[in-house]
Design a protein around this ligand. Structure first.
Ligand code: FPP
Length: 226
């Protein structure tokens, strides 16, 4: 019996190296990466089994980058959301965010809120962007919520108290050859199957994604059993 892929998560890595290798500015790599986000998202809409696609777009550590790069990423995100609204609506994509967006500019926060609101009744796929996201922080907050609400500390209650209680991750992909989780969805990835590819994110294609999904289907998921 093949595995069901409901929740796919991707650590999109390698934009900077992709650009460097072409003698381009790192920002060009992010721009090319945004195009790939669109293609991969559309592929997931048509892959009816996939309910949620979570993309690591900005980590809590990414603030350490030069200000120009951080500003560029924020601007790119704003531009992407405004431009893609039609794609979200025409393809039945709901947009949502995990992470703390409070430090973002009012303009970006407004665009995020507006996109969430306008797409909230779309049901074919949820595209969940992890923005200023860190998993350990999220777990600590969930435990605190349980305590504050007088709820017993159990796995189920912690899962329910996470910032955005989506289902566990079935498949994680990280591009660019790095083999780390980088504080991404640690709780939700307890039983995830993982694939690491050397391809830089701007070169990642729907064909490669399809190949990885085929391999995922054949993996023997035991969930701790035998
Ligand atoms: C990692 O590449 C990528 C990021 C930190 C940002 C991800 C952003 C995008 C894919 C584009 C914009 C996203 C959306 C949703 C519109 P890196 O810069 O760490 O690459 P490197 O490791 O080669 O330096």
């Amino acid at each position: 019996m093949s595995n069901i892929l409901r929740h796919l998560a991707i650590i999109m890595d390698g934009n900077g190296r992709w650009a460097n290798e072409r003698g381009l500015r790192r920002t060009k790599g992010h721009e090319a990466g945004a195009e790939v986000v669109r293609e991969i998202t559309k592929y997931c809409v048509n892959h009816t089994e996939i309910e949620t696609l979570t993309l690591y777009a900005f980590s809590t550590e990414n603030w350490k980058r030069p200000k120009v790069e951080v500003d560029f990423l924020m601007h790119l995100l704003e531009k992407y959301l405004s431009k893609e609204l039609d794609t979200y609506m025409q393809n039945g994509i709901r947009f949502d965010v995990i992470g703390d967006i409070s430090p973002f500019s009012s303009k970006l926060k407004d665009t995020i809120q507006k996109t969430k609101e306008l797409t909230k009744d779309n049901h074919k796929l949820t595209q969940l962007l992890a923005l200023n996201y860190g998993s350990r922080d999220e777990i600590v907050r969930a435990v605190k919520r349980c305590i504050d609400n007088g709820v017993e500390i159990t796995q189920e209650n912690i899962s329910k108290s996470l910032d955005t209680p989506y289902s566990d991750i079935d498949l994680l992909i990280r591009t660019s050859g790095e083999q780390r989780l980088s504080n991404f969805l640690l709780w939700q990835m307890s039983y995830a199957e993982m694939f690491f590819t050397d391809t830089y994110w701007p070169d990642f294609t729907t064909t490669e994604l399809g190949d990885i999904i085929d391999k995922f289907k054949q993996r023997d998921r035991k969930f701790g059993g035998i």
